[in-house]
Design a protein. Structure first.
Lengths: 310, 387
């Protein structure tokens, strides 16, 4: 029993965090927003970091890492509100292709030469791709009609939901940090508003929710990695609670920003819009809630203190 | 990351389960807030000690088994799954014990830990005073040095277990004229010492769970001080960290409540609603999240880390979870929620539990204080204004 993010995993995530904070700050989001949402240099930068090959086997030119590593990096992508669909290709499509034994494209994906956005019956559209473009609220997420209805494969659904949950956690963390930073500099009544308990307690509540969503996310990732029979329940637990935490973070953050938060000027809106998008992608709240409900209330999964890791 | 128990851990779990199956009282004990029930719970502590289960993480020489925190969590999971009684000595084994382990001298460890693990000495805590609740640094009770003793004068209140316990621990002002966090010392005292008057306070449920303590020239030997004179605040914060963060409320307790709540929902489906059903599932999910988090905290401590201000996050989470679970049960019970005993003669544990759960967000530092700590120390928000 070792419920620990290894130091190697933490170092990798930290390196990606530093890279993304240096190359993909809010200024980049603003620039992309003005010119169609894409910049090939960003994709290339992610490819140069080797991130497309994170889960690709070493024999195919990848790093052969686990879903925990994928979730750790997906969280970092959420933190910076990444404009490119790295997660969809590298952490959703790659493990599914591997599970299907479809390994022909893996080397090209690892090199960053292929973007793979898999349609699934749970999603009405895909991100990127050749289809007819759809207007979405997130200016950096390019929706297109799916080329086909897609599979209804449950493993692909779990991968998608898990990696959306990971990004939602990162989004929530970033929104909390933004709100804290603003509360430290915005002054009213002769002091920073972050000194008022009404503001402190609002943001403390977000910190509490995040503290108790992260371990659920890691648990879900490991359950899926291990192929546990109960993995879907854990993924759904992670997805719906991560969405709840991100919604809470976004609503708390906009409130702390006050009227500024309601403008396009403040960066927060990018993160809020991504939250609304990912909160519903790969199964909305009700879908994932119902999967947990069914497992818990119908006795399909053993519950109680002696079954913590059932 | 490996979320499988080792064969040794599984075998330890079986050993715990088997022992508890043979020893847990078949009838529920009387509440430990009453003398009769307190004595029953102390007898259970001693029964536990016969199997060396008093505190499994302690070294063997102090009555423990020298096990690690994962094994402690396994023990706790089985303990709560078995429906074993509340621990009369929780103030001792979960709060004072770890504090003595960290700050005590070898002599103090030898003197206090083994009798604690054996359930021979039951401990009460004495932090709050009438003028020092959430603002604990406002402590006024003095301990004046007189040769090799301190002489204590003043008053403590809300002293958990003090109605019936044997010994107490708390913070006292040893430097006269000092203010706030400075000049405090952490002292252990015999609750039967001359000059101590205990006045039990009737709690919400009608039983005397905590007490006021009046100190009138109470003499306490200097060797009962933990750590240096004036270091009391630092020691107390470590104790509070154990209280809020890890030991006092192991996840098994809440997972057991969540599992009972799921059963209640299934039994009381005629009194449920879609909203209540969703609430119950959410609360199960939160109890699980608390368990996962605790495993991560345990690993961090085993890696040499410590519980800092994160303990405040835990305290907010478990106390509000506990209240919400019992509230949901009250709603599911509908008109029967008000009965202290159901018509079939069973005690209404949900009502008792709900009453107790209301104290959770207040004791061990109110949740408002925990939110301040979270905002200021974890998030780095400014310490200005009323805070």
């Amino acid at each position: 029993m070792d419920f620990r993010i290894s130091s190697e995993q933490a170092e990798l995530a930290e390196a990606v965090r530093v890279f993304l904070s240096q190359t993909h700050g809010p200024d980049v989001l603003r620039a992309l927003d003005g010119k169609g949402g894409r910049d090939p240099a960003i994709w290339q930068g992610l490819a140069d970091m080797g991130l497309f090959g994170l889960l690709v086997p070493e024999d195919d030119g990848g790093m052969g890492r686990s879903l925990i590593d994928g979730a750790l990096i997906a969280r970092e992508c959420g933190r910076v509100c990444l404009a490119e669909p790295l997660v969809d290709t590298a952490f959703v499509a790659v493990p599914w292709l591997m599970a299907c034994g479809e390994t022909d494209d893996l080397a090209a994906i690892a090199r960053g030469e292929l973007s793979v956005q898999l349609p699934h019956s749970i999603n009405p559209w895909v991100v990127g791709g050749e289809g007819e473009s759809l207007a979405g609220v997130d200016p950096l997420r390019q929706l297109a009609t799916a080329p086909s209805k897609g599979t209804d494969d449950p493993y692909l659904l779990d991968l998608g939901a898990l990696m959306m949950a990971a990004q939602l956690v990162g989004l929530a963390e970033a929104m909390l940090e933004q709100a804290v930073a603003y509360s430290q500099v915005r002054e009213q009544f002769g002091q920073p508003i972050g000194g008022f308990q009404a503001i402190k307690h609002k943001l403390a509540d977000v910190a509490v929710e995040l503290e108790f969503v992260r371990p659920v996310l890691w648990r879900a990732a490991q359950a899926l990695e291990d192929g546990l029979q109960s993995a879907s329940v854990h993924v759904s637990h992670a997805k719906y609670t991560a969405a709840d935490a991100a919604y809470l973070a976004s609503e708390s953050a906009i409130q702390v920003y006050g009227a500024m938060g309601y403008t396009y000027e403040v960066d927060l809106h990018f993160w809020m819009k991504r939250t609304w998008a990912l909160g519903g992608a790969w199964g909305g709240r009700s879908f994932h809630y119902r999967r947990v409900d069914a497992a818990i209330l119908d006795g399909a999964m053993p519950i109680g203190p002696q079954h913590t890791f059932a | 990351m490996d979320l499988h128990y080792t064969p040794q851990q599984e075998s330890f779990r079986r050993e715990v389960r088997a022992w508890l199956a043979d020893h847990v009282p078949s009838e529920p004990l009387v509440t430990l807030e009453r003398k009769e029930g307190f004595d029953q719970h102390v007898a259970w502590e001693r029964e536990l000690a016969t199997g060396n289960w008093g505190m499994v993480t302690w070294p063997v020489e102090y009555g423990g088994r020298g096990l690690d925190l994962i094994e402690w969590l396994i023990f706790e999971e089985e303990y709560w799954a078995a429906g074993a009684p509340l621990r009369a000595n929780q103030n001792g084994i979960f709060l004072l014990g770890p504090t003595i382990m960290e700050f005590g001298t070898d002599e103090q460890k030898a003197r206090f830990l083994a009798p604690m693990a054996r359930g021979e000495v039951i401990w009460a805590q004495a932090w709050s005073e009438p003028g020092a609740g959430s603002d604990m640094a406002g402590i006024k009770t003095t301990a004046v040095r007189d040769g090799d003793h301190y002489v204590i004068n003043g008053q403590k209140t809300w002293s958990s277990r003090a109605s019936f316990a044997d010994w107490g621990f708390g913070l006292f002002r040893t430097e006269q004229g000092s203010e706030r966090h400075r000049g405090l010392s952490f002292l252990l005292f015999d609750l039967d010492a001359p000059g101590i008057t205990r006045r039990p306070i009737c709690q919400l449920h009608g039983d005397p769970g905590f007490a006021e303590l009046f100190f009138d020239d109470v003499r306490v030997p200097v060797e009962n001080r933990i750590a240096g004179e004036g270091d009391g605040w630092k020691v107390a914060m470590a104790t509070a960290g154990f209280e809020r963060g890890l030991m006092l409320r192991s996840p098994g307790r809440f997972q057991a409540t969540a599992a009972r709540l799921v059963s209640l929902l299934n039994q009381q489906s005629h009194r449920s609603s879609p909203g209540l059903r969703e609430e119950v599932v959410k609360l199960w999910a939160r109890a699980q999240a608390y368990a996962y988090n605790t495993y991560q905290v345990a690993i961090r401590i085993m890696d040499g880390g410590s519980i800092g201000a994160e303990a405040s996050l835990n305290k907010i989470f478990w106390s509000e979870l506990d209240r919400a679970m019992h509230r949901a049960a009250m709603h599911l019970l509908g008109p029967t929620a008000e009965l202290r005993q159901f018509e079939d003669g069973q005690a209404n544990d949900w009502l008792e539990g709900y009453i107790f759960s209301l104290s959770g967000p207040i004791y061990a530092g109110s949740n408002e204080i925990q939110r301040n700590i979270t905002a200021e120390r974890l998030l780095g928000m400014p310490r200005v204004g009323a805070g």
